[in-house]
Design a protein around this ligand. Structure first.
Ligand code: SF4
Length: 453
């Protein structure tokens, strides 16, 4: 991002100059050394992209940053809320990584812990929320989970910012938009008022709003313009990561498409990394590189979008995908997931999805399934895929068939009841046209996952 403003060198900015990292030899996390040439090539590409993107930063890396560390590594994140009569774990032992310039979608039903996961990263939890002691949230190697509220201020907005759902609620209704965007520039970057307002105008232009419209109050803008203004505010301090918490949910289909396109353009041009929280899988298919599917506060499945959307392994992922309309499918009643997510004050034992799962086995109600990562990089927590299963389910369904996997690429290529079977390895590599009817993409515009490759 180009800008006339420079940091004022105040006590809030005692950072060292950002040097594009040398290509380090050490692995990002223990035990993840490349196993073969393809993995080594992929890793080199990540490191190259990291160096390029960090070289573009307008501000130095934080003082304690390790320039060779991955952008964000979350490990064993647990977030509890104190409630009358007890507490609940809204996020339970969640781990994931976000690389420079990458877009990660977090999907799941309402109440599955998506937003709590994201807000935990920036310490924006409600007063009754607490992050567990064993949690680790490493940004450039700096553990934010160990920071005080005061210490976190250095990173909030400057390194990680948030675009909230419903800009009308997030913006102050009695302040002009330009003033609201200028405020974080003034306070976080310690620049004077005139320069902050100038930068706010530049940011508005960047998101497609004429700078002079910044003098409007939020109610004088359309819903799409307000959401764009929120995005401008999120970009105000040139952050490394922008979290979009259902950023398009309240918008009509055309505006939704415009906002997604804007986010994608900004990601490309500014080298942003995105975390998109949504229950709309078509938004993730359109905008993200990887997807993290959560259920009842835990990770169900995680991996590359173009792998998981073609051959979802976890029964919950299959059901989620099956609940989405497919523009190419025969007209039919959409698949639904029976029941509802559990009360997290008293979650079911074992796998939390077992009361709703068509594949449930006796072990499922007793033991929490371990997370297993397969050769294609997909991580699944399901007893159907124990360690050594090579990503192939060990059993067939015990109840009614799951239709979900077929809807977005798993159906015609999947094994019994939608699960990829032992003979279906090709289903994970062939370019299966997975077309999703997305309210954001328009009826005439097919979105093919194959086209993203
Ligand atoms: Fe279903 Fe068992 Fe897998 Fe849970 S662990 S999703 S209940 S098969």
């Amino acid at each position: 991002m180009t800008d006339a403003l420079q940091p004022a060198g105040t006590p809030d900015t005692p950072d060292t100059p950002a040097e594009p990292p040398e290509t380090p030899e050490t692995p990002d996390t223990p035990g993840t050394a490349p196993a073969d040439e393809a993995a080594a090539a992929a890793r080199t590409a990540v490191l190259d992209a990291r160096a390029v993107i960090r070289g573009r930063r307008q501000w130095p890396l934080p003082k304690q940053a390790d320039p060779n560390a991955p952008l964000l590594v979350v490990e064993h994140l647990t977030t509890r809320f104190k409630m009358p009569g007890g507490s609940l774990k809204a996020v339970d032992d969640v781990s994931f990584q976000l690389n420079d310039g990458e877009a990660l979608g977090i999907a799941g039903e309402s109440g599955c812990g998506k937003t709590t996961t994201a807000l935990s990263l920036v310490g924006l939890l409600p007063a009754n929320g607490r992050i567990g002691k064993a949690s680790s949230i490493k940004l450039f190697g700096i553990d934010l989970a160990k920071k005080s509220e005061e210490g976190l201020r250095r990173y909030r907005w400057r390194e990680i910012s948030v675009v909230f759902q419903g800009a009308m609620n997030a913006l102050n209704p009695v302040r002009r938009v330009v003033d609201q965007i200028a405020e974080p520039v003034e306070l976080r970057l310690r620049v004077d008022r005139a320069d902050a307002v100038k930068r706010a105008g530049q940011l508005l232009e960047m998101v497609g709003i004429p700078a002079k419209r910044g003098r409007a109050y939020p109610h004088e803008l359309s819903g799409g313009m307000r959401q764009r203004a929120m995005i401008a505010m999120a970009l105000a301090c040139d952050p490394a990561i922008v979290i979009g918490d259902e950023p398009t949910t309240a918008l009509d289909v055309m505006v939704q498409a415009q906002i997604l396109e804007l986010l994608e353009r900004l990601r490309r041009e500014l080298g942003l990394s995105l975390i998109l929280i949504t229950h709309d899988l078509s938004v993730i298919a359109e905008s993200c590189d990887r997807v993290l599917v959560m259920y009842a506060g835990k990770v169900a499945e995680e991996g590359a979008v173009n792998v998981i959307f073609r051959t979802p392994r976890h029964p919950y992922t299959q059901k989620l995908l099956g609940a989405f309309p497919n523009i190419h499918a025969d007209r039919r009643t959409l698949d639904v997931i029976p029941g509802s997510p559990p009360d997290l004050r008293t979650p079911p034992p074992g796998c939390r999805f077992h009361p709703r799962c068509s594949f449930a086995m006796p072990v499922c109600s007793v033991e929490v399934p371990p997370e297993v990562t397969f050769d294609d990089g997909v991580r699944v927590a399901c007893h159907l895929y124990p360690p050594g299963s090579d990503g192939v389910p060990i059993t067939k369904p015990t109840k009614d068939a799951v239709a979900g996997g077929g809807d977005v690429g798993g159906g015609s290529t999947a094994g019994p009841a939608g699960l990829p079977g032992p003979g279906d390895e090709d289903a994970r590599t062939e370019p299966v046209p997975a077309t999703i009817l997305s309210p954001g993409h328009g009826l005439a515009d097919d979105h093919s996952l194959g086209a993203n490759e």
